[in-house]
Design a protein around this ligand. Structure first.
Ligand code: CP
Length: 304
């Protein structure tokens, strides 16, 4: 039995297989409509979500399975003080697989040690978000036709942005990927991510505060929201929240085949004026997330 807590638990070969399955689902969804008949997914979300929870649930329904859901921590016994371990052990009696989002880093890992069924990390605090990375990888593959030989820019809150940490870990394993890290000083990539991934693997990266200075070099621009819920004081959030606002004027020097990604939700950091630009891929990412989650559920349930 296998869980998915960190994207690095999947080999490059397995990522390729998941992408291939997702592309096959896109080509012929009817082939997959009974794959999880009789199986139940429990979505345990102790933090807000629109895309991740609903795409997991849509994924399971489209595989012919059923869904049990906790979408508000106040309506589960966590509000009475139940531990993550006991909650996981309990849900393991009712469901076949769990997708868990939690504000505490490591909570899905703890759940995976006690559930007795596969647990998928659907976002843990400011740490990791491996299934968003699956959506990002499918989007990059479909837009660029490759996952190697590219310059990837991350812009915004690189400190708390868990999607950034997971995507850097994934993309670091493909050849000739260069990283451009664009953020305010206070929201730079955590040193553990730099040390454990970029420096350990001797990968090429630069850090800058100036998006316009580097935009012409980028093949992918991954914009992120400043994560208000992770700040200790509102004053700092208000000062930093609009550090980067992508507008059509800022794209003047960008490559014509740039792909603009964002895990969403967006607040202010991408002007709606960009939504109709053919380079805007963030709503494609939303849909791709459902297909990759379908592929992942089948893999972890060992459905052929
Ligand atoms: N990208 C993402 O995790 O979105 P939600 O918070 O809406 O699930």
């Amino acid at each position: 039995m296998r869980s998915l807590i960190d994207i690095q638990e999947l080999s490059v070969e397995e990522l390729g297989e998941l992408i291939a399955v997702a592309n096959d689902i896109i080509a012929d969804p009817s082939k997959y409509s009974e794959k999880c008949r009789g199986k139940k997914l429990a979505t345990l979300f102790f933090e807000p979500s629109t895309r991740t929870r609903l795409s997991f649930e849509a994924a399971m329904y489209e595989l012919g399975g059923n869904v049990l859901s906790v979408s508000d921590s106040n309506t589960s016994s966590a509000a009475k003080g139940e531990s993550v371990a006991d909650t996981a052990r309990t849900v393991g009696c009712y469901a076949d697989i769990i997708a868990m989002r939690h504000p505490k880093e490591g909570a899905p890992l703890v759940a995976s040690l006690h559930a007795g069924i596969p647990v998928i990390n659907a976002g843990d605090g400011g740490h990791n978000h491996p299934t968003q990375t699956l959506a990002d990888l499918l989007t990059i593959q479909r837009e660029k036709g490759r996952l190697d030989n590219m310059t990837l820019g991350f812009c915004g809150d690189l400190k708390f942005g868990r999607t950034v940490h997971s995507l850097i870990a994934a993309m670091s394993r493909y050849p000739n990927v260069k990283f451009v890290l664009i953020s305010p000083e206070e929201l730079k990539l955590p040193s553990y991510v730099k040390k454990d991934i970029l420096k350990t693997k001797n990968l090429e990266y630069i850090q800058t505060t100036d998006l316009e200075k580097v935009i012409a070099d980028l093949d992918i621009l991954y914009m992120t929201r400043v994560q208000r819920e992770r700040f200790f004081n509102e004053e700092d959030y208000l000062r930093l929240k609009d550090s980067y606002i992508l507008t059509p004027e800022k794209l003047v020097n960008a490559k014509p085949d740039l792909a603009i990604l964002h895990p969403l939700p967006r607040v202010n950091e991408i002007s709606v004026a960009i939504d109709d630009d053919p380079r805007a891929c963030y709503f494609k990412q939303v849909l791709n997330g459902k297909y990759m989650r379908m592929a992942l559920i089948m893999k972890l349930l060992e459905v052929r």
